[in-house]
Design a protein around this ligand. Sequence first.
Ligand code: ZN
Length: 331
Amino acid sequence: MAPRKKSGPARTARTSGKAARRLPQANGPQAYVPSSDLERFLVDKMVSVRSAPSNGTTVENLLYSSTPKVSSIGYSFGFVVGREMSGRLGGNSGLPKAMGLVGMQCTESSKHRNTTVTSRPYGPSGHSLGSIHLYESGVIAGFLSARKGIRMAARETECYYGGAVSCRFVAAPSKTASMHQDKVPLEEIMDGIARYLSSTEIRPHPSEYRRILAFVPLLKNPMNKQIVRLLTMSGSRIARYSGKSDAKRIIGSIANYFGAYVSSASISESGKSIIKLKYESYNSIYPYVSMPNALIAGFLSAVLDGSAEINLSANNRNAYTATITIKKNRA
Ligand SMILES: [Zn+2]
């Protein structure tokens, strides 16, 4: 059974156009607070549900790069996920299987006590995003620590998204879960998210437990409020890379990235635009759903110079529908 969430009355959030500075703050019931039950549930699902691999964890990793504190949370969370997967997949199971589940194909080679992992994310690349695979570094460290029975730390030394042929991770025994990550300026993070989502055709994916899992630490407040704000601004930045003519494709890509789909999109240059997004029961976790909603609201508000209102309603299967309405600002 899926972790319980509150369905209750519809939530409404608004965001202003252009800079989209106002936070799309949901009214209504208090946000679902992720717990370790949710994390266990998601790891179980990820290991047991057989599904084709899809895009790597690009947006999550860019968000995890925002501050050293958040980077440390992303890495440590990956560590827990890797350790849990090692337990579920069996002690002698190889890293490629675990990495495949988080969206990367890989090979591993060991020398003395060190392990080198050469890996490549599923899905497109070439966006010069830098070395971003922080969460996966944690997964590798956690997985190897559990398998070897000693504390390992892992670090990405080259990244496919930074222009290298593949991502390269080096894992070595370590007394602490050390990881080194430079702080990436928020401007670069927002820009990276905007470039990735505007230039990538992201296909729908039938089961996105993996995606929600990678986002779990970012769902907790107060961090989630900042993340939603950052995504709203990233959304408005997508307008720099694409315009109205491409709006439907971009909205579809954003929805698909998060495991949702667009059930209808009516985009008007002069009046009111309405986008309906459908979420499945398994990804109708609040505030997870607020992230694609924020991106799309930010994007369309900027493209149409309007203000967005977001309404969430749940059907009897507890699956959300988000209705994003953009009203053009008066001149
Ligand atoms: Zn990488």
